[in-house]
Design a protein around this ligand. Structure first.
Ligand code: GCB
Length: 656
């Protein structure tokens, strides 16, 4: 039975990859420079105005996109300087902006190289990495794009606009609305307060059922890039291993020409060509392939090849060439009744849940923060994280590939609490979001599983159909990876878990239940695992556990909120995890990597404090406890034949 299920994955994956991933129409390749492609980042200061008018629609009524924003006289006042990427909420001193709900307007001028505006053989694309939540984009006052969803990129081909006149610059205006509804992902509701004895006229607040602050704005880079008019639109890679031969299946989509030739070259890390092919679809074979292994599982983790794709296309104006290079990791993923296998070896997730969150910038992308977080992860000996509770920046996913940090890639399906949010309207949008997410992240070897949601109301009646459809669709999009969602429902009531490949369970024993009583953890946790496993015979990940901890609060014997309590609680969990990981538990992810901002509430002392690091990335005592544990776990799951084992050497934490 065990082997049969593993086998089914291994066999079905390669057979289905062609049809599954082909369901996706249109590409969203990361914009990389090449011999045929240029890019221009538009990060920096943009003009900004929040529309404080009562109906939040003054910007549309006065058509703020028609002229430079600073020239429009508006009730909402002058424009502000706004950094991009950044959330707009925490950079100012105006409390109204911090909690603003409605339309905000961003604008900047971009100067374009002459060739971009004069060479009609050049395609100019505007790409927005993340605009939370709903965005409308104009270039020189002309509507070019609209997008729903705050965590995935979208693009507009603006060639015609910038090549139609003598202009060497263009004005980009982006209106963004952070209002959430029961049908958005994540969902939310606007509550109007009509009791005029308590609230001013027109008073409303936005409520959510998720536990992170609804930061908004341009969270990732906005950039312009070029391709030739006939171009490589999408590449899909799946990999397999046959004995010591690595198999790289590729499928390439071209736009702008029906008549073209494609050549592909697979280069090793030293730049040597190890395999090559032609045509839009095929399989490359790599004898004695270096596999992509997770961090701390192998002496040489995260081995990446490069797939160089060269297009020569015939167009009305003559031949055109396009070049794109994609990093490729050769690895397999499989799930049995009790194990998660990477390259056929049992993999144990020992890692964290994260958030895109930091002081001042909110959810804005930041290179120093990114590098610090990876250094902390490697110091900790973490081999995995979940992108709780939305897809993270592409640059971060690339570093996961490069460092061997395994990712459970989660959609923004957090806080699905109302029956309305399990309706067909919501489902349709959720299916589209999964398409966007798979399209963006399908080629990352680090991504080993999709998570379609976090803690939905999966015991409500519509949840059965909702998750059956959503998971089946995700598997059809990508048959090469397992699919899950993260549950907090009981094993008896959950209607979605029958469809997952791996059960991901969150529990907060002796925190939200029996608080202060760590002595109940072992019994309750063991019962949790046994119930789920007896019912489903699927591997289980403890996808969240933790305790609110204010750094610097000490209390012995431990009391809640102290560093000692956090450590004590974790230790109780670890005792049970150590038994059950010998059987069917395949991972443990602490909640949370670092403290993060939430809505205000009596339970949150300026945000959620369950981090093992503070929001400024300084360790609490629990970080040292976990570090010891993770390095020990790494030692046990080391699969390479060599005698060298992972070691956590003081002051030189990464030996690889
Ligand atoms: C959970 C949620 C997470 C919260 C966490 C908590 O179950 O998945 O988003 O932040 O609990 O700290 O309450």
């Amino acid at each position: 039975m065990l082997r049969e299920r593993a086998g089914a994955w291994a066999v079905l994956g390669p057979l289905l990859w062609g049809c599954g991933l082909a369901l996706l129409q249109g590409g969203m390749l990361y914009p990389r420079e090449s011999r045929s492609r240029e890019r221009k980042e538009l990060d920096g200061l943009w003009s900004f105005r929040a529309d404080f008018s009562d109906n939040r629609r003054q910007g549309f009524e006065q058509q703020w996109y028609r002229a430079p924003l600073r020239e429009v006289r508006a009730l909402s006042g002058p424009t502000l300087d706004m950094p991009v990427p950044s959330s707009f909420n925490d950079v100012g001193q105006d409390g109204r902006l911090r909690s603003f709900v409605g339309w905000v307007w961003y604008e900047r001028e971009a100067t374009l190289p002459q060739r971009w505006t004069q060479d009609l053989g050049t395609r100019v694309v505007l790409r927005i990495g993340s605009a939370h939540y709903y965005a409308i984009v104009w270039v020189n006052g002309v509507h070019v794009a609209e997008h729903e969803g705050g965590h995935l990129p979208f693009e507009a081909d603006i060639s015609k606009l910038v090549q139609s006149g003598p202009l060497s610059s263009c004005r980009i205006t982006i209106a963004i609305n952070n209002t959430l509804s029961p049908y958005t992902l994540p969902p939310g509701t606007i509550l109007y307060q009509t009791d005029t004895s308590k609230y001013p006229k027109g008073y409303f607040v936005q409520n959510t059922n998720f536990d992170f602050f609804n930061y908004a704005g341009l969270h990732r880079s906005v950039l312009l890039y070029t391709t030739p008019i006939s171009y490589i639109d999408d590449i899909t890679i799946t990999t397999d291993v046959d004995q010591d031969i690595g198999l790289v299946n590729y499928q390439i989509f071209i736009q702008g020409s029906e008549l073209f030739q494609l050549e592909v070259f697979l280069l090793d890390a030293d730049g040597r060509t190890v395999a090559q092919g032609t045509g839009g679809q095929g399989q490359l074979q790599v004898p004695r392939a270096h596999l992509w292994w997770p961090y701390l599982m192998h002496e040489h983790p995260a081995y990446l090849y490069s797939l160089e794709v060269r297009l020569t296309a015939q167009t009305a104006d003559g031949p055109v060439s396009d070049f794109y290079t994609l990093p490729v990791g050769i690895r397999t993923v499989a799930v049995t009744e009790s194990r998660f296998l990477i390259n056929g070896k049992p993999f144990y997730f020992h890692g964290v849940n994260k958030h895109e969150d930091a002081d001042i910038r909110g959810k804005g992308f930041d290179w120093p923060l990114l590098v610090k977080d990876f250094n902390l992860l490697r110091w900790l000996g973490a081999n995995a994280f979940r992108t709780s509770h939305y897809p993270y920046a592409e640059e971060l996913m690339q570093l996961c590939d490069r460092y061997g940090i395994v990712v459970i890639d989660e959609s923004p399906g957090a806080g699905i609490a109302l029956a309305q949010s399990l309706s067909n309207v919501s489902l349709q949008h959720h299916l589209e979001v999964m398409e966007e997410m798979v399209r963006r992240d399908k080629n990352h070897p680090a991504v080993v599983m999709w998570s379609v949601a976090n803690e939905p109301a999966s015991s409500l009646k519509p949840a059965g159909y909702y998750f059956k459809t959503l998971i089946a669709h995700t598997k059809a999009l990508d048959p090469s990876r397992p699919v899950t969602f993260v549950t907090k429902s009981s094993y008896e009531a959950d209607l979605g878990v029958p469809y997952v490949d791996v059960i991901c369970v969150n529990s907060y024993y002796s925190w939200y239940h029996d608080y202060g009583h760590m002595e109940v953890i072992q019994l309750q946790l063991a019962t949790q695992f046994e119930n789920w496993y007896r019912t489903y015979q699927k591997p289980i990940i403890q996808s969240e556990y933790g305790a609110e901890t204010i750094a610097g609060f000490h209390q012995d014997p431990p009391l809640m909120f102290s560093e000692e309590y956090q450590k004590g609680l974790l230790e109780q969990y670890h005792l049970v995890l150590d038994q059950k990981r010998k059987e069917y538990v395949v991972g443990e992810l602490i909640w949370n990597f670092a403290d993060f901002m939430t809505d205000q509430s009596p339970q949150r002392a300026i945000g959620n404090r369950k981090g093992i690091f503070t929001r400024q990335r300084q360790p609490k005592s629990a970080a040292f406890l976990l570090r010891e544990r993770y390095w020990k776990l790494a030692n046990e799951t080391w699969h390479h034949q060599s005698a060298v084992k992972p070691q956590c050497v003081e002051n030189s934490p990464f030996i690889f």
